[in-house]
Write a protein that binds this ligand. Structure first.
Ligand SMILES: [Zn+2]
Length: 268
């Protein structure tokens, strides 16, 4: 089974589906994508996102506020913990640091990141971490706040091997998006070859970053197959084997995601 470990379903372009979210989900399922993790960006839009995925048990959600969202409601750790009481919430995030798009003192991002880690530890949920142009501080804060107690994933990974190694040492997983298929991404493909198979995840980050050969289009979860094919090729595995391994990693990390849904065959 294919799993899209990180997507923003409330932002996917529904024009090809006549605006019908259920049709997008049907197409996604028919393409073999059996589980999805729909990731929150802020709390203002969270209730609508949560309502959107409610009828689709293959979709789990996270709660958190993205480091690029400056002028939004700033959640307390208690607030995040309360929201995580919902059984469909399997992770805290996305959180982290982004010094690329944000200027000035990053103190507010770091405080927010620390609160998310505290909430994850209290709620016993893994973390979905975004890091851009901030690798040293990301690793340092994860270590200082003992994020390894709950673990998580560095999503849409684009950093070097040294950063991957440090994250792996903290017990984290590494997730690759369509960026790994881009022509100029040789260095990243080298990192993707080295991440232990039992710590590897795949994602689309839909609607952003559509993989080759869909590049330039609005991304959607079924294109995760292109990420799986790329990683399988890099590692000399059959695409099915890569899909099975990353699927198993997903269930192990996000342990509240149901392994079997009504109507599905039990795993052999
Ligand atoms: Zn994202």
């Amino acid at each position: 089974m294919l799993v899209d470990s990180h997507c923003h379903l409330d932002r996917v372009d529904l024009d090809p589906y006549d605006g019908d979210f259920a049709r997008l989900m049907q197409t996604t399922r028919a393409a073999g994508v059996a589980r999805l993790l729909c990731v929150a960006i802020d709390l203002e839009r969270y209730p609508a996102m949560r309502a959107l995925i409610e009828p689709f048990p293959e979709v789990s959600v996270s709660v958190g506020v993205h480091p690029n969202e400056r002028d939004v409601h700033e959640p307390s750790a208690d607030e995040l913990v309360a929201l995580a009481g919902d059984p469909r919430v399997v992770a805290i995030g996305e959180t982290g640091l982004d010094y690329y798009r944000s200027t000035g003192d990053p103190g507010w991002q770091q405080q927010r990141f620390r609160r998310h880690i505290a909430a994850a530890r209290t709620a016993r949920r893994p973390l979905i971490v975004h890091s851009r142009a901030a690798r040293a501080d990301t690793i340092r804060i994860l270590a200082e706040e003992r994020a390894g107690e709950v673990g998580g994933v560095l999503h849409c990974f684009t950093e070097d091997w040294e950063t991957a190694r440090q994250a792996l040492d903290l017990g984290f997983h590494i997730s690759f998006s369509g960026i790994v298929t881009f022509k100029a991404a040789d260095e990243l493909r080298e990192v993707a070859r080295r991440v232990p198979l039992d710590r590897l995840l795949i994602e689309t980050d839909s609607p952003y970053l559509a993989p080759v050969p869909h590049r330039g289009r609005s991304n959607e979860p079924r294109y995760v197959a292109a990420v799986a094919d790329c990683l399988a090729g890099l590692r000399g595995l059959a695409p099915d084997a890569l899909a099975a391994a990353t699927g198993e990693n997903f269930f192990r990390l996000f342990e509240r995601v149901p392994r079997v849904l009504p109507g599905e065959a039990a795993p052999s």
